[in-house]
Design a protein around this ligand. Sequence first.
Ligand code: SAM
Length: 190
Amino acid sequence: MSSELRAFFKALITNPKEVSAIFPASKFLARAVIEEADIGSESKILELGPGSGAITKILLPEITQKKNYWGVDINSKMINFLQNKFPGFQFGVGSAAHLKNIIGDQKFDSVISSLPWSVIDETTQRQILDSLFDMMATKSSLVTYVYFQAVNFKKTKHFLELARSRFAKVEKKKLVVLNLPPAFVFKFDR
Ligand SMILES: C[S@@+](CC[C@H](N)C(=O)[O-])C[C@H]1O[C@@H](n2cnc3c(N)ncnc32)[C@H](O)[C@@H]1O
């Protein structure tokens, strides 16, 4: 088993609710998310919930300057793993509900999120979106995904409603079937 899968399953066993996935994102899902994020050579990128780095490992080679990337995850073991695997890139431990405390005052052009919206409680969803909005440049976007079976869960619906009330444009993009489980990609423009 690869070190990435080991890190993922360890986190899943110890923190099943926070991870809320049965498997890391496939390369197909990772590519679909990155494609939607429309990253330019100077873009500043924030990744929320990078986990064991399934998206990160495909994203980072596209980033020309290490200082233009920040990854934030609530799981310190995952962050240690990523810091060792991707030296020089910036990673922080903590909840996405308190981004300013973790990374200070910053503005990002693109946010990629693997946060499990379908299990995050409604108050925390609001705090995360508030905390995130402060960090997003005027013309920026958030790209995220939701497993197909969770799209109609109460908490997912709440998250989508919150996002609709805040973002100028909300789009449900493609369904990536080559992922376990298949996932819908969403894009929110500020
Ligand atoms: C679906 S898993 C990550 C998947 C990752 N893209 C992969 O495929 O390996 C969700 C991640 O979100 C993190 N997470 C959950 N709630 C969080 C929060 N409130 N703030 C920051 N990270 C959080 C978990 O620790 C976990 O690493």
